[in-house]
Design a protein around this ligand. Structure first.
Ligand code: NAD
Length: 224
């Protein structure tokens, strides 16, 4: 059975992705912070911890066919008010997390000659930039650069690497937003659902999507 790691799968988009892939028959390994009821637990900002937990998991259970790099945080503030800690936390989590989680996974995937699937959650903020999110936009744009470069490196091995860039999806992450105000900026006048993002990810991980790589797929109700 094809093993797929979904990070940040305790709630929100990651939970919906994990459920969808389970329903489709993949062997899904869920991840989150400590004590959130998932299979693996580590802080994606902690390189040593990522390496230790993922190395042990692969040694015991074999290499991954796919990984959905979904775990992430936002910590918003207008730039003049942005604290050093907010910049550091978001970059360490959202951008370093890409490296920290993927690095221990990639060599076992390559040496097992798996035509694997790597999908990273970016954001509309990383594509067009968003006020109050200079840190988050930088991290999510960084993920897009990493995805595109890695896709070129891995293409000849049949491993695909893509980014998904959601607009506003109804999860805990957006609970402090001015709902009606934000909806006015969305042509569809509604937020997206985690299940709608999961449906897109399910296509990207499928064998059928083998010729689709180095892309950023937006899912945003027509925001741009
Ligand atoms: P969420 O806050 O509901 O869930 C985030 C998940 O990531 C949780 O499982 C949490 O435990 C995990 N996580 C966060 N920091 C972690 C860390 N340091 N180590 C381990 N796990 C950690 O978020 P969501 O709305 O479901 O978003 C999922 C992804 O989609 C994120 O990368 C987010 O940036 C991106 N995204 C979300 C939206 C949106 O509107 N909700 C829009 C665009 C992009």
């Amino acid at each position: 059975m094809k093993r797929i790691l979904v990070t940040g799968a305790s709630r929100g988009i990651g939970k919906a992705i994990a459920q969808r892939l389970k329903d489709e028959g993949y062997e899904v390994v869920t991840h989150s912070f400590k004590s959130e009821g998932t299979d693996l637990k580590f802080d994606i900002a902690n390189r040593e911890e990522c390496r230790r937990v993922i190395d042990a998991d692969i040694a015991a259970n074999g290499p991954y066919y796919g990984v959905v790099l979904n775990a992430g945080i936002a910590s918003d503030n207008p730039f003049p008010a942005l604290e050093d800690e907010q910049w550091d936390n978001v970059l360490r989590t959202d951008l370093d997390g890409f490296y920290n989680v993927l690095k221990p996974i990639i060599m076992p995937m390559i040496s097992s000659r798996i035509k694997g699937r790597i999908i990273a959650l970016s954001s509309i903020s990383g594509v067009v930039g968003n006020r109050g999110q200079v840190n988050y936009s930088a991290a999510k744009a960084g993920v897009i650069g990493a995805v595109k470069a890695l896709a070129v490196e891995l293409a000849k091995r049949g491993i695909t690497v893509n980014a998904v860039a959601p607009g506003v999806i109804e999860t805990d992450m957006i609970k402090d937003m001015p709902v009606e105000e934000v909806k006015k900026a969305i042509p569809m006048r509604r937020f997206g659902k985690s299940e709608e993002v999961a449906a897109l990810v399910s296509y990207l991980v499928s064998e059928e999507a083998g010729y689709l790589t180095r892309q950023v797929i937006s899912i945003n109700g027509g925001m741009f």
